[in-house]
Design a protein around this ligand. Sequence first.
Ligand code: SF4
Length: 292
Amino acid sequence: MRYHGAVIRPPSEASSLIVQVTYGCSNDTCDFCGTYLDKPFAVRPFGEVVDDVTALPATVRQRVQRVFLADGDALALSPRKLGDILDLLRRALPNLERVSSYANARNLLAKSVAELSELRRGGLELLYLGLESGDDQTLADIHKGMTVAEQIEGCRLATEAGLELSVTAILGLAGTARSLEHGRATGAALSAIDPRFIGILTLMLTPGTAMERRVASGELVLPDSIGMLRELREIVAGTEVTHCTFRSNHASNYLPVGGELPRDKAAMLAALEKVLRAPASVQLRPESWRLL
Ligand code: SF4
């Protein structure tokens, strides 16, 4: 399998075969994101994908149960191209159980429910979508390029098509100025989306990004670790979902909090309240241990 440039995938796809079908991200505008600064968006020629998948040894092809389509938003591809890729994977990988990908609202909104349902029938099962914030002002400030309403609607189309969603939001994006608004609005947006999985990350400044420059210039002041946890409490308190696995155990976070919602909501809030009341009672992840 050949890869072009740095390739990332969600932590939960660690055992998946990564198949690169696009390069970069078609929405390369987010101030905090440095993942594809050196890799402009492009569609990988389908013939190359075919060559890579069919060249895998038969023993490897037998073992593959999960595939993750890279890079930043394979859903930028047309339904026809995605359908061809799913056909290829089903034919070449006899024990394939799940295909997943990053997605963004713009790419979902460009497809109909019927088209998304066809992809679901073809084996696409799980989409990872970066909501980042449920606060429109924050989304505009970080140049996400999409509104909250667009993101909720894109997710609604995916859900209606039977696709599962794993939605992430990022603590700290709004700085201290809109910290609690960001937290509350994010809880409300997550409730409207009602995804199967929620992941909360904490902002890490990537060199070369606009966000790093805004913080260095003093334009944006980030919450401290306790401020980040206050935001997290607002998100948890405001998230009303049907059945969702909620995790804030990513290496960027100061404190792992998680559980099944709604079942564990009270326990998660109690754990956060305890830390907020007595920060010294809990060992938070040291700044130098935090990772993207
Ligand atoms: S955060 Fe996601 S949508 Fe934004 S630039 Fe990075 S990969 Fe693209």
